[in-house]
Design a protein around this ligand. Structure first.
Ligand code: ADP
Ligand code: MG
Length: 366
């Protein structure tokens, strides 16, 4: 079974798209919950099949139930998970991830993040006194190939490192312990507002950077003092649109080029992982960008991954939507076997968390 679950989501048309395309404003002809026909407005028709299609009228809770709920259950059982939103700017990535506002947690439109933190704490057996749980949160933004700590803005160029025992990790990243969903939401909201402060100061939009929300769930049994660790990454990717469409120049052009490069690197990793042609090369180019290094375990590693392809249903965005859907079709063919984390297997606690060296606390988040 493919361990990458790929879903497509079409947001409702916005008022401009309605104005522009009057009577037949949608490219999508629904077939069923997994199949649809995409018409690009130029007589071309393509049939797509994904694990689930969320049409315009779908609810945030539908997306959460199908895509995130099973992953949360796995994370609690020490199988790491990753949820990625992909698509052009304005396609609904952040809406799906956060909802209209991260703190409006009673709102039925709340996104994956607030639902995930609630689901996570519901799944933990907090009343079981034989298990001690620790949940930690980190938040980083990748802008112009630099990893910035959204919970401590003084850390603006975190290094991604790898070691045999810990796997891939962000050296020195801030990890905040959280004890319930409400507390998590406050920290998430602070991190998100840091991102916004950065935007104003640096004149960048959120869609110009990738944003990763990382939850590490550790459970320690009092009986045998072994640690089990599951990690959950939610990743809101930067807009995937082609540079020409943005009409960018100067700094904006540089940003767009960097984004395109990192998303191409992601595409190349997916191509390499799904290439089963006889002459294929076994090298997977994870090291070509920060995002692919961070996603190393999620793509082809011991992790369960869900990809939400966010699209506009409008003919005016047909080319970008098609490109998003084709990206997802390739990703659907990645095969990997999720298994418990290295740390979930019988690794003694001392080996799992070596004492930090003098100049580096080896904080395990990735
Ligand atoms: P992206 O993060 O992909 O750039 P956003 O998530 O910010 O795009 O969405 C762009 C606009 O569309 C926002 O105003 C958002 O509220 C709206 N929107 C996106 N998806 C939906 C949806 N499923 N239902 C209602 N509004 C949506
Ligand atoms: Mg966004």
């Amino acid at each position: 079974m493919s361990s990458v679950t790929v879903c497509a989501r079409f947001r409702p048309l916005n008022s401009k798209e309605r104005r522009d395309h009057g009577d037949s404003p949608s490219c999508i002809q629904s077939v069923d919950s997994e199949n649809f026909i995409f018409k690009d407005g130029k007589e071309e028709e393509s049939m797509f099949c994904f694990d689930r299609v969320f049409y315009q009228e779908s609810l945030q809770s539908d997306v959460y139930d199908f895509l995130a709920r099973p992953i949360i259950q796995d994370v609690v059982n020490a199988i790491s998970g990753t949820i990625i939103t992909y698509g052009q700017t304005g396609a609904g990535k952040t809406y799906s991830m956060e909802g209209p506002s991260i703190l409006e947690n009673k709102d039925q439109n709340k996104g994956l993040l607030p639902r995930v933190v609630e689901g996570l704490f519901e799944c933990l057996k907090l009343d079981d006194e034989t298990i001690k749980y620790t949940v930690k949160l980190s938040m980083v933004e990748i802008y112009m190939e630099k990893v910035r700590d959204l919970l401590d803005l003084s850390k603006d160029n975190l290094q991604i490192k790898e070691c045999k025992v810990l796997g891939v990790f962000l050296s020195g990243v801030t990890e905040i312990s959280i004890t319930d969903a409400a507390e998590a939401l406050v920290h998430l909201s602070n991190g998100i507002s840091n991102r916004t402060v950065g935007e104003t100061q640096m004149n960048m939009e959120s869609s110009r950077s990738h944003c990763a929300y990382i939850f590490t769930v550790q459970q320690e049994s009092v009986r045998d003092t072994r640690l089990k660790t599951g990690k959950l990454i939610l990743l809101d990717l930067a807009g995937s649109e082609k540079i020409e469409k943005t009409g960018a120049e100067g700094k904006i052009l540089e940003e767009a080029k960097t984004i395109n490069k990192s998303l191409s690197a992601l595409g190349n990793v997916i191509n390499a992982l799904t290439d089963d042609s006889p002459g294929r090369v076994n090298h997977i180019p994870y090291r070509d960008s920060k995002i692919t290094r961070i996603l190393r375990d999620a793509l082809g590693g011991p992790s369960r991954t869900a990809l939400l392809l966010c699209c506009s249903p409008s003919p005016s965005n047909a080319a970008e939507s098609l490109s998003t859907l084709r990206f997802g079709t390739r990703a659907k063919h990645i095969k990997s076997t999720p298994r418990g984390n290295r740390s979930a297997e019988k690794v003694p606690r001392k080996q799992l968390f070596p004492s930090p060296t003098k100049d580096e606390s080896c904080q395990r988040i990735l």
